[in-house]
Design a protein around this ligand. Structure first.
Ligand code: IMP
Length: 428
């Protein structure tokens, strides 16, 4: 069974980092396939915790090979800081982390343009993480992007940075009335940090294909979530990459036929950070309970996350487009202390009832959730490791999720630590 894809089935922050960290212990290779430093994967072990933004979560498992694929956009300064921080914790990075020559770079002009564009959108702002992700993918599609391979040749790098800064400055000045950037300053910064990771740059597709040929187990790690996919998410309130399963193929260079397992991660409730429609969003005490008990603050930006009930319409859609073979339900412990738990099983849009997820942002904004109400539980279930030890009402919720999605639940997370996990097989 060569490739397992682990991806988020909601709007990101489902707890993928923990699941990748856990399953990465039995993988030979962990490969990140899209997004950039907009992601924040929190790994907790013992009394220590660390937030990874670019390096795959497998880096904390000795002997695991880690790959940053061509589908990722890399902020060179952020990556070199992250490498240094992981090394300070005593983990080896050199020889274990491999960075695709084809991955695109995020440079200061991407962040400047993003800031200017978000300001110009005013009320219609996407609420991005401000990490330059969108503009970097724009350059990739426009074929003006600068890739890791360009770092290896000083002349090419200088020529490309200068040409891009010239173009972006014209936009910044004439379209956005914003401050221009200095190409030489950007260039010297990039040259300063490239020493940290240019030696790790390689043909990662060849590396992964060799691993496949040797029947090594590859874990493909997605960032964000299916509902933020630029094609399948709630456009335009999306990120600019493909967190969905196809992104694993195009972001790494592995064939779809090599994928044997797709593990979909979903919280036992929903969160969203940034703007865009969110049918089950809660304001008031229950939303506050989820935010405070679940520590729902962005791992990258610190922004409070919007919280709401679990949405099975959205989850079934995410499962369907990704071919999810098994679900991992995370943060079940956060629901402890609620008298009742609601799960959205359909939408009413105008006079119509539907169980289809509309990706048109306006239609979704008009969707009123139809709920099934289940009994909650008062017991603190944090850290419980066996299914039988959960209160009956918590088990009923898990069984409801399996039945309502038609997918088996293979893992339940009851806390942020590796050990706070239940491995089960709850069939629909
Ligand atoms: P961008 O990816 O920074 O362009 O942001 C686009 C949208 O995706 C915004 O709503 C962000 O809040 C959201 N987003 C980006 N990365 C993450 C993430 O890792 N978790 C949750 N939301 C994210």
């Amino acid at each position: 069974m060569p490739v397992t894809v682990i991806l988020g089935c909601q709007w990101g922050d489902e707890g993928k980092g923990k699941v990748v960290d856990l399953l990465g212990q039995r993988a030979d290779v962990v490969a990140r396939y899209q997004g950039g430093a907009n992601a924040g994967h929190t790994i907790v072990w013992g009394n220590r915790s660390f937030v990874l933004h670019l390096i795959p979560s497998g880096i904390f498992t000795a002997d695991t090979t880690c790959v940053i694929g061509n589908g990722v956009v890399i902020d060179p300064a952020a990556l070199s800081r992250e490498i240094a921080a992981v090394e300070r914790l005593g983990y080896h990075v050199k020889g274990r982390l491999h960075i695709s020559l084809g991955a695109h770079l995020i440079l200061p002009y991407h962040k400047a343009l993003e800031k200017a564009r978000e300001a110009a959108r005013a009320q219609r702002a996407i609420g991005t993480t401000g990490r330059g992700i969108g503009p970097a993918y724009v350059d990739k599609a426009a074929r003006t992007g600068i890739r890791v391979v360009d770092l290896l040749c000083a002349d090419t790098l200088s020529a490309k940075v200068r040409a891009n800064v010239k173009e972006k400055n014209a936009l910044l000045r004439h379209v956005h009335s914003s401050t221009e950037l200095d190409a030489e300053a950007i260039l010297s910064e990039v040259i300063k940090v490239r020493a940290a990771f240019a030696p790790l740059a390689t043909d990662t597709t060849a590396l992964l294909l060799r691993a496949l040929a040797a029947d090594r187990h590859i874990l493909a790690e997605g960032a964000q979530g299916a509902l933020l996919d630029v094609d399948f998410g709630t456009y335009p309130y999306v990120t600019s990459s493909h967190p969905t399963v196809g992104g694993a193929c195009t972001g790494l260079g592995i064939p779809p036929s090599a994928i044997s397992e797709v593990i979909g991660i979903a919280k036992a409730y929903c969160t969203r950070v940034g703007n865009g429609p969110f049918p089950t969003e809660l304001s008031g005490m229950i939303g506050d309970h989820l935010r405070s008990h679940g520590q729902e603050y962005g791992a990258t930006t610190g922004r409070p996350r919007r919280c709401g009930w679990l949405d099975l319409v959205a989850l079934r859609y995410a499962n369907a487009i990704n071919g999810v073979t098994e679900l991992a339900v995370t943060k079940l412990d956060v629901l402890s202390g609620l008298d009742l738990v609601r799960v959205c099983t359909g939408y009413r849009i105008g006079a119509e009832r539907t169980d289809q997820f509309p990706t048109d942002a306006q239609a979704l904004r008009d969707a009123a959730p139809i709920y099934t109400t289940l009994a909650g539980w008062n017991e603190d279930i944090r850290g419980i490791r066996t299914y039988g030890a959960l209160p009956q009402t918590a088990r009923d919720l898990v069984a409801f999720i399996a039945r309502g999605t038609g997918k088996p639940v293979g893992m339940i997370s009851t806390g942020p630590r590796r050990s706070e996990t239940i491995r089960v097989r709850i069939n629909p």
